[in-house]
Design a protein around this ligand. Structure first.
Ligand code: ADP
Ligand code: F6P
Length: 326
């Protein structure tokens, strides 16, 4: 019988669609196995501020379809300090919390790993970030929904680009990763995709766009990952405009709309599977692991490895397709 009687769940870092599905699964799985469940609001800031709420199975009713996170999230600098971590732990101890499920990205994982190692509190992490930039999982929670959001935006922009014979530069999120740009660019039929993982010379982009224009392609869409080395959509658009002034160019920065929206079926299931697996792992005595999806199976990676290894890479066939199919 596990000595874990009370489990807390929290969301931290950038929010992501599917986080609520995960919270719902964590709470209901914990209750099913006889645990008391606690929600920590506003991530590590809430841990420091004792922003704890008891949760029953009805606390997570009707949230599967909601984007964002009912537990809110925050960026908390204080938790990066020894004092902040000590304060957080004291609060967890005082509240009788035996274990944690942390839903977030690599920054969240780093904090969780430090807390767990220093104070020997079990923690299981769920990769919740739209960036899909974590080692140890094929997909992070929110990536599929964010990619679909970008595809919808590309389709809408394509309508007006075609109507006005315009060249659009669309910048998408992903921090230092090009995962959203690559898949949304391919699915959106973009004429070019600029990625941090593969340098694109502006002159090569111009050649591609000019070739299109010579073949009566009167409008084009270029997807630019925010981490691309050319300095973002405005920069790229200006450099292109300088060389081919005849194009009527426009720039759209999609920004934070990529973080919202009702989660896709994939993210609802992924969040539920990962939340369910995280609680079962805690009750089986596991700690400092990240839940992941490999192939179509739930897997676990050492937390330290998921934080330190950045050798996840974009799929070779998608990278090759991104230029051939454009
Ligand atoms: P993400 O989890 O999406 O990467 P952040 O990088 O903002 O988002 O990290 C979320 C939170 O995790 C931070 O606000 C901070 O409270 C905590 N955190 C991040 N890095 C560290 C660290 N090196 N040590 C302790 N806590 C950290
Ligand atoms: O990590 C998720 C993410 O949306 C990144 O893609 C983006 O660069 C960053 O968060 C934006 O952070 P903030 O919401 O703090 O502006």
């Amino acid at each position: 019988m596990s000595k874990i009687k009370k489990i807390a769940v929290f969301t931290s870092g950038g929010d992501a669609p599917g986080m609520n599905a995960c919270i719902r699964a964590v709470v209901r799985t914990g209750i099913h196995f006889g645990c008391e469940m606690v929600g920590i609001k506003q991530g590590y800031q809430g841990m420091i501020d004792k922003n704890f709420i008891p949760m029953n199975r009805y606390s997570v009713s009707n949230i599967m379809q909601l984007g964002g996170t009912i537990l809110k999230t925050a960026r908390c600098l204080e938790f990066k300090t020894e004092e902040g971590q000590q304060k957080a732990y004291n609060n967890l101890k005082e509240a009788g919390i035996d274990a944690l499920v942390a839903i977030g990205g690599d920054g969240t994982f780093t904090g969780a790993e430090r807390l767990s190692k220093k104070f020997d509190i079990p923690v299981i992490c769920v990769p919740g970030t739209i960036d899909n930039d974590l080692y140890g999982t094929d997909f992070t929670l929110g990536f599929d929904t964010a990619t679909n959001t970008v595809i919808e935006a590309i389709d809408k922009i394509r309508d007006t680009a075609e109507s006005h014979d315009r060249l659009f530069f669309i910048e998408v999120m992903g921090r230092d990763a090009g995962c959203i740009a690559l898949r949304a660019g391919i699915a959106g039929g973009a004429e070019a995709i600029l990625l941090p993982e593969k340098a694109t010379a502006i002159d090569d982009l111009i050649t591609t766009l000019e070739d299109g224009a010579k073949n009566s392609k009167s409008s084009s869409i270029v997807i630019i990952a925010e981490g691309d080395k050319n300095g973002g959509a405005y920069n790229v658009a200006q450099k292109v405009k300088e060389k081919i002034s005849y194009f009527d160019t426009k720039v759209t920065i999609l920004g934070h709309l990529q973080r919202g929206g009702s989660p896709s079926s994939f993210d609802r299931i992924l969040g539920s599977r990962m939340g369910f697996a995280a609680v079962k792992a805690i009750l089986a005595g596991e700690t400092r692991k990240m839940v992941g999806l490999k192939g179509n199976n739930i897997s676990f990676t050492d937390l330290e490895e998921s934080i330190t290894r950045h050798d996840f890479k974009l799929e070779d066939d998608l990278m090759e397709m991104s230029t051939i199919l454009a």
